[in-house]
Design a protein around this ligand. Structure first.
Ligand code: NAD
Length: 519
């Protein structure tokens, strides 16, 4: 265990809270039984605050508040424009506090400050985007001339349970909060227990923006306690979850008896495929950023790089040299490119994969803790070459700054390798051959493909994975679809076409006339 004094330049934000509480029905509250858990910062690995540890009773209290706000409060009944105004104000407030948000997020999660700032701005953009989308929302109407009109009556569903991970906490919370709220639902958020600090800012932001009381509720706590209670609560018809595939399976099973609506954004082991004809400089920059940004704690990380044999040796040599130059540093320093991993438990997991990798591939960069950082959760950007597809570091999500490079001969082998994992979240393809680019991209089992591009996402596009990487798609109007019922209303315009049963006195051998087909 390290101590804070080992890094005299370590930054501790001013005015940290003295405790972190739940937020229920417009009030900050402790757990009903007073339980708390320790929250560490990832540079010193010492406890800096106690956070309320919610259990089933706390979740129930929050769900009842959200239910009241849904059934009795104004939020679901407000005009889209009225809700949109409030959510734009949320975006304004988040933007105006981006520096403070980034400071707290970086301190709590170990993310480099410049990247935490980008995530804070993305959180604001999520609110702005869904606030705009809801006022432009059009629903289907189908006419059968002279006979019938059918239209969609879109309705909020009720209390949405939102369960989020620790890798980009505030941004991922915004990704669920914005569409859930904009559509008129009320929510209970259960943020990740490793990183509760930035989540506790939402309450003040929503109050200031004018969100009605009880619409937003927050229960902190461990996944197996607070998260589990939220999933099993009978008055929560929707669960939107982002986290590990294994947790997704547990939630799926626990939600089954209630037949809940589920959206699952899960793990990944995404391939970056580099063909010999690619722009090598761009491909190297992108694949370095793709796995070492956000400390490698990124669901869409391109953590398996597949490289065509003709350029393989050059690629590996250049990649390893550049990875060795990636700057590991204290999270608050502007020059830092890789900060500290979120928690000592996660650090141990990543380090154990590095040990496994030593016998599975050829270590060409990194390989453990950087010399300048004897304590805290620091890991040097680590590159293994010649990794066979049977290797655990090829197959399993490490979620840290560790990458596996594997050679391939031709398109067929590249595709087989790209698809040879249980995951299917993202893929990155680098080639200048137009036909190959499209055919190859379309053949990959991945929810999202970036072609000659880094991970830059337009908020209107679908987001989601296939195979073990997820269930359902959010993004743009798909998020609106997830958080609403689309009730079909069918209206007769002309004469009512009723096959009349029971008119005849003749008895059971009468043949009923066929009903009309209205199409
Ligand atoms: P995790 O699954 O351990 O935890 C995620 C959340 O689920 C936390 O809030 C946790 O408390 C809660 N939880 C844990 N057990 C639960 C249970 N039994 N019932 C209800 N809730 C429970 O994931 P993590 O370690 O926090 O996050 C890293 C994972 O998230 C990685 O696998 C990463 O790929 C994935 N992720 C996916 C996406 C995506 O969009 N696909 C984005 C970011 C992260």
């Amino acid at each position: 265990m390290s101590t804070a004094s080992e890094y005299p330049a370590r930054h501790v934000p001013a005015d940290l809270p003295t405790r972190i509480q739940h937020y229920v029905d417009g009030e900050t509250v402790d757990s009903l039984d007073g339980a708390t858990f320790d929250v560490l910062d990832p540079v010193s690995n010492t406890t800096y605050v106690q956070c309320a540890a919610g259990g089933a009773a706390d979740v129930d209290r929050a769900v009842q508040a959200a239910r009241r706000a849904f059934h009795e409060g104004p939020w679901p009944r407000m005009l889209p424009r009225e809700r949109s105004r409030i959510l734009h104000r949320v975006a304004d407030i988040v933007e105006s506090r981006d520096a403070r948000l980034a400071e707290l997020e970086s301190f709590d999660s170990g993310l480099p400050i410049t990247q935490a700032l980008g995530q804070a701005r993305r959180a604001a953009e999520n609110f702005r985007f869904f606030a705009d989308l809801i006022v432009a929302q059009a629903d289907d109407a189908f006419k059968v001339p002279g006979r019938q009109i059918n239209y969609v009556n879109r309705k909020p569903i009720g209390v949405a349970g939102l369960i989020t991970p620790w890798n980009t906490p505030f941004m991922l919370e915004s990704w669920k909060l914005a569409p859930a709220l904009t559509t008129g639902n009320t929510v209970v958020l259960k943020p990740a227990e490793f990183t509760p600090l930035s989540a506790s800012l939402w309450a003040g932001i929503f109050e200031e923006a004018g969100l009605p009381q009880g619409v937003f509720n927050l229960v902190h706590g461990l996944g197996e306690d607070a998260g589990d209670a939220l999933v099993k609560h009978p008055d929560v018809p929707l669960i939107s979850f982002t986290g590990e595939s294994r947790t997704g399976q547990i939630i799926f099973a626990n939600a089954a008896p209630h037949l809940k609506g589920l959206s699952m954004e899960l793990g990944g082991k995404s391939p970056a495929v580099v063909f010999a004809d690619a722009d090598l400089d761009a491909a190297i920059d992108a694949t370095i950023f793709g796995v070492f940004s956000l400390n490698g704690e990124r669901c869409t990380a391109g953590s398996r790089i597949l490289v065509q044999r003709e350029i393989y040796d050059t690629f590996v040599e250049r990649y390893a040299a550049q990875a060795a130059r990636v700057r590991v540093g204290l999270p608050h320093e502007k020059e830092t490119e890789v900060g500290a991993l979120v928690h000592p438990e996660h650090f141990q997991k990543v380090m154990s994969y590095i040990e496994i990798g030593r016998s599975e591939g050829r270590l060409v960069a990194g390989g453990g803790r950087p010399e300048a950082f004897p304590t805290g959760n620091f890991v040097a950007p680590t590159v293994f070459a010649d990794v066979p597809p049977t290797a655990r570091i090829f197959q399993e999500e490490i979620f840290g700054p560790v990458v596996a490079i594997t050679p391939f001969a031709d398109d067929a082998e590249a595709l087989a390798l790209a698809n040879d994992t249980r995951y299917g979240l993202a893929a990155y393809v680098w080639t200048n051959d137009l036909k190959r680019a499209h055919n190859f991209s379309q053949a990959i089992d991945a929810g999202m493909v970036w072609l000659n591009s880094n991970n830059v996402r337009d908020l209107r596009t679908p987001f989601g994975g296939v195979k073990a990487s997820g269930l359902g798609h959010e993004g743009g109007y798909r998020s609106i679809d997830f958080y609403t019922h689309q009730q079909a209303v069918h209206v007769t315009l002309g004469k009512v076409h009723n096959p009349t049963f029971g008119r005849s006195e003749q008895g059971s051998d009468a043949v009923a006339p066929a009903g009309p087909v209205t199409r």
